[in-house]
Ligand binder design. Structure first.
Ligand SMILES: [Mn+2]
Length: 231
């Protein structure tokens, strides 16, 4: 399984990254309209956590079919995969964190989602005019992007995958150490009132799934477009 997906430069339009969606695809569509997103030329890169909490989680697979939409696997997709694979899971905690739609789906439906979620990369690397940009759900387990890519090529150990999908350490410690070898690393997982940059790591989950405030980071320029929905 390819756990790193490399994506060539977009020669025709713009590339944007967006934070956690958590089943709020209607809100995401409204926010995309506010920034003039053009699906015939532009592309959208998701930091993962497509599902759980909002009303539209069932649409995740349809979004993943779209040629302009890319996503890494967040911890919530990983929970769905773990559940179907029979790995140990605190089911009540999963339910409390938005997993009810999944846990209450028929087994065949769960398997259909898990199969697609298991195929999602852990890391995306997108080429831009100004250099490569990485996308992960939570944080980079290695001080250099190349070291992490080398791990992904052989299959990361569980501790590293956990950092990639679950860690909040960089934010909690206000750690400005950059990830070597990237122009920017883009992550989500921990919502905040605004985009926060530590070193070259951009934390872009501004809680679109909580309150409709999605932030879009344009990969080529690292400009932030805020899209606040009127509620
Ligand atoms: Mn998350």
């Amino acid at each position: 399984m390819g756990r790193l997906q490399r994506v060539a430069r977009n020669e025709r339009g713009r590339d944007f990254a967006v934070g956690d969606i958590h089943g709020h695809f209607r809100r995401l569509e409204q926010a995309l309209a506010l920034i003039g997103f053009d699906a015939s030329r532009d592309r959208l890169f998701s930091v993962g956590d497509l599902v759980d909490r909002g009303p539209d989680s069932e649409e995740a697979l349809a979004w993943l079919q779209r040629p302009w939409f890319f996503a890494v696997q967040g911890n919530h997709e990983a929970l769905a995969v773990a559940h179907v694979q029979g790995q140990w899971l605190d089911v009540e905690l999963y339910r409390a964190n938005g997993g009810a739609w999944f846990l209450d789906s028929p087994a065949a439906e769960q398997a259909r989602y898990a199969e697609q979620f298991a195929r999602l990369p852990l890391a995306l690397e997108i080429d831009t005019l100004a250099g490569p940009v990485g996308v992960l759900h939570a944080d980079c387990p290695s001080p250099s992007w190349q070291a992490w890519c080398d791990q992904l090529a052989v299959g990361p150990v569980k501790a590293a995958q956990d950092i990639c999908q679950w860690s909040r350490r960089r934010l909690q410690q206000n750690d400005p150490t950059p990830v070597a070898g990237l122009r920017a690393l883009i992550v989500g997982h921990t919502p905040g009132p605004s985009v926060r940059v530590l070193g070259n790591v951009w934390h872009i989950d501004t809680g679109g799934w909580l309150n409709g405030h999605f932030s879009f980071l344009e990969l080529a320029t690292l400009d932030v477009r805020s899209a606040r929905r009127e509620s």
